[in-house]
Design a protein around this ligand. Structure first.
Ligand code: FES
Length: 106
């Protein structure tokens, strides 16, 4: 599946991601800017915050409580489209997903 990351200044990167990896991990291994992921994907740091593009939100399943709670601790304001990218495990259904990285992660 292909995932597109858009930075605040409009830089777009589309990467081909393996099923089963996370949207966070795919960003880190491809040197996509804007995702810090301090805790390494353990749902503890909230520095993998992304805003899912409105046009692609229906590609995702609902948040689990652990993600929902941690989203209250992001540096940039939480929005209805906010997700923690480490909690987004990539599936075929997520092909074409677009996420926007926030201005800051900490
Ligand atoms: Fe730390 Fe996602 S990488 S919460």
């Amino acid at each position: 599946p292909k995932i597109t990351y858009v930075s605040v200044d409009g830089n777009e990167r589309t990467v081909d991601v393996s099923v089963g990896t996370s949207v966070m991990r795919a960003a880190v291994v491809n040197d996509v800017e804007g995702i810090v992921a301090q805790c390494g994907g353990n749902a503890q740091c909230a520095t993998c915050h992304v805003y899912v593009d409105e046009t692609t939100v229906d590609k995702l399943t609902d948040r689990l409580p652990v993600e929902d709670e941690l989203l209250d601790f992001t540096t940039c304001a939480r929005r209805p489209t906010s997700r923690l990218s480490c909690q987004l495990e990539v599936t075929e259904a997520m092909d074409g997903l677009i996420v926007h990285t926030p201005e800051r992660q900490s």
